[in-house]
Every structure is written in C-alpha cells, then in structure tokens.
Design a protein around this ligand. Sequence first.
Ligand SMILES: NC(=O)c1ccc[n+]([C@@H]2O[C@H](COP(=O)([O-])OP(=O)(O)OC[C@H]3O[C@@H](n4cnc5c(N)ncnc54)[C@H](OP(=O)(O)O)[C@@H]3O)[C@@H](O)[C@H]2O)c1
Length: 250
Amino acid sequence: MKVVWITGASSGLGAEIAKQALEKGYTVVSLARSYNQDWSSANKSIQVYFDLTKPNEWNSIITRLCQENLSPDVLINNAGSGLFKNGWELSDVEVEQMLAVNVTGLIQFSNRISQLMIKKQAGHIIQVGSQAGKLATAKASVYAATKHAVIGYSNGLRLELMPHRVSVSVVNPGPIKTPFLATADPSGNYEKAIGRWLLNPENVAKKVILLMEKPKREINVPWWMNLATKAHSLSPNLFERLAYSFLAKK
Ligand SMILES: NC(=O)c1ccc[n+]([C@@H]2O[C@H](COP(=O)([O-])OP(=O)(O)OC[C@H]3O[C@@H](n4cnc5c(N)ncnc54)[C@H](OP(=O)(O)O)[C@@H]3O)[C@@H](O)[C@H]2O)c1
C-alpha cells in the first residue's frame, strides 16, 4: 500500500486526512513541529518532527525515512498559516512568516520531493491551496497572495513533472472549521459571519482521499465557490462592486 507524507498533520484538515488515510490502509508519515524528534517507524502511522521553514533540517529526516522504506508515493503539502488583517496592518515579520510557510517552504519541499519522485518515475503531489488563491478578499490580501502563488507554482510544476509520470493536484477549500480560523481572526467575527458556509474538515479530507485515488489537476470545495472566480474573471470591476459585502466579510 502507498506511503503518504502529510505536512501539518498535527491539527485541523491535515490531522483528518491522516486519520482517513490510515483507515484506508495507507502508511502515513505525518510531519509537523508538534511531533517528537525521536520518532519510530514501528507502525503505519509515523509522526515526525518537521519544520517547513527549516530546509537545512530536512536532509536527515528525508534520508532516514527513505532508508526505512518510507519514500513518499504521495506528498500532501497541507501545512499553512494565515492572518486576516489588512495588508498594511501586518508587521514585516507576520508577512515573512506567512510567505515562509505557505510559499517558500511549500515550494522548496515540493522541489525536494519531486527529485525523489522523478527517480522513481512515479508519484503524486497534492497542494492544499484555498479559495483565497482563486479570488482575493479584503483582510486577506497577503494570505491570498500566498495561495495564488501556490496555484501558480503548482500549475508550472505539473507541466515540469508530466514527462516523469508525477501528478500535481491543487485542492482549494473554502473556509473550514479548524483551529486555523481562531489564529487568523482571534476576534471570532469572521467565523461568526460565515458560520453557515463553514466546511467540516471530515468532508474536505474525504475529497482529498478521493483525489489521492484518482488524481485530477484541481478540485474546489465546495465546487460552487469556483463559480465566483469564474464570474470575477469575466467582469472583475462589476463583480467586485456587486459582491463587495461578500468579499469584505473578514
Ligand atoms: N481552515 C480554513 O478555513 C482553510 C481554508 C482554506 C484553506 N486552508 C488551508 O488548509 C491547510 C490546513 O489548515 P488548517 O485549517 O487545518 O489549519 P490548522 O488547524 O491551523 O493546521 C495547520 C497545520 O500546519 C502546521 N504548520 C504550521 N506551520 C508549520 C511549519 N513551519 N512547519 C510544519 N508545519 C507547520 C501546523 O502544525 P505544527 O504547529 O505542529 O507545526 C498544523 O498542523 C492550510 O494550508 C490552510 O491555509 C484552510
């Protein structure tokens, strides 16, 4: 059965994907900072200390996992962070932190794992993007920039890896009920305002598991949220005027 590596599997969506993948019989390597550096590969769930912003620490982790026959068949780049503030309200450190995890870390780690998959001429990289990567909203300009970067990078990487039989998919969820929201907006106002549209992490994880079994270039969850992106691309000025109250819910 396949080996799946999941970044940011210690919480929220990543934890739910890990749980469902294990139930399906996959071997799951969960990667996050909350785990111990002293991990064991004794069972099908391996939890490894990992910081996506520290590429200098990755070599020993990757080498040991591969030596223990845990080279990834599927990589799910799920780790991410966000702060919902107007761009000018973010400190330079907050901007750098979002970029470091969501963009630089994701790109560097995907590149590193691509090399392993190219050697095997097989593999699947799944990036967890966001609807914010399709359509930017107020108080999420920087977060949206990071997720637009994920989609742009992944669209290019897909073409680069195509001759090597490695698939690249992007999952773009709308708002999900996970600890992410309390960090992004500690006031809780956004979560309250969009309460009825909040996705449940179990359902989003189910879609990711299906995607792992049948790779597609991109999925949007729920599918209808992508209609807003399509309407925006047809007439951005009109859309932004008509949908302003929806686009400024944060
Ligand atoms: N929740 C939403 O509304 C929503 C909507 C669309 C897309 N997303 C995306 O979905 C993904 C998962 O988010 P979530 O909602 O499940 O959030 P979450 O519950 O806050 O989980 C975030 C995960 O990322 C990990 N992480 C953060 N910084 C890391 C680092 N430097 N190195 C390694 N791991 C790191 C955290 O683990 P440690 O702290 O243990 O390292 C944690 O496991 C993110 O990419 C997010 O942008 C979320």
